[in-house]
Design a protein around this ligand. Structure first.
Ligand SMILES: C[S@@+](CC[C@H](N)C(=O)[O-])C[C@H]1O[C@@H](n2cnc3c(N)ncnc32)[C@H](O)[C@@H]1O
Length: 238
């Protein structure tokens, strides 16, 4: 099902942040074009799965241009706090431009593999379309688990590499890089995004990693004919 011609992409942090710095200005336009706007719905649903209350502190890892941070800002309200972290200065610059009035969002430039927060700081943590870019999925998830309080949810939203629909893979292999070439003038970046999906862990494999990290209560929700999914796993109370 998955075209094998493409090599495993490099997860070198400098290469990844450099690539996102390059495509930052057209990133949101491409997301809307490539998903027909559906990414907004997936992101909203994933944020709601955190089951936040007004006043909560929540973490958005690999925030990019801030879509999730903005949704979370509304969910936790003015008494809550959203920490939104990313290592790409250009993606963060766009996020700040897009949401200048969200006073409860703190934008932080930093590494998902070494989160600059104390243990059990947040009510929940979420990562969207970010995990497949990091050098170590286990380390990123383990950091998220560490900074979440007992009883809180950890959520990963991403394309689902176990998708069985051949149209999805054709779209990903050929249409996406073409859109990247035309709209972002960076075909390579969008070829990388396709490859990183093909070689990424399945939702069930990510769920297993979270289980090994001690999170037993969990569920997976698929969207859009199985092409996208989130895994929600809860940190035990004791
Ligand atoms: C595809 S974008 C996703 C952005 C946003 N979460 C969304 O769903 O639209 C991936 C983001 O992850 C960031 N990223 C990748 N690896 C990272 C790491 N190790 N630490 C911090 N940010 C990272 C990139 O800079 C980029 O902004």
């Amino acid at each position: 099902m998955i075209p094998q011609a493409l090599a495993t992409p490099s997860k070198e942090p400098e290469a990844i942040s450099g690539m996102f710095n390059r495509i930052a200005r057209t990133y949101d336009l491409l997301n809307d074009c490539m998903t027909g706007g559906m990414h907004r719905l997936w992101k909203r649903q994933a944020c709601h799965a955190l089951q936040l209350q007004p006043g909560d502190a929540v973490l958005d890892v690999c925030t990019g241009t801030g879509d999730l941070a903005n949704i979370l800002s509304g969910l936790v309200g003015k008494d809550g706090q959203v920490s939104a972290i990313d290592f790409s200065s250009e993606m963060l610059a766009i996020a700040k431009q897009r949401f200048p009035h969200a006073s409860n969002i703190q934008w932080i430039q930093g590494d998902a593999l070494a989160l600059p927060f104390e243990d059990a700081t947040f009510k929940g943590a979420i990562i969207s379309f970010g995990l497949r870019n990091v050098a170590s999925v286990e380390q990123a998830l383990s950091e998220m688990v560490r900074v979440v309080q007992p009883g809180g949810w950890i959520i990963n939203l991403d394309t689902a590499s176990d998708c069985k629909n051949p149209l999805f893979w054709l779209y990903f292999s050929f249409v996406m890089p073409l859109l990247g070439k035309v709209l972002a003038q960076d075909k390579k970046a969008y070829e990388y995004l396709c490859r990183s999906t093909q070689t990424f862990a399945t939702p069930a494999e990510i769920q297993d990693i979270l289980r090994r990290l001690g999170l037993t209560e969990s569920h997976i929700r698929y969207f859009s004919l199985g092409s996208v999914a989130y895994q929600a796993s809860r940190k035990p109370l004791n």
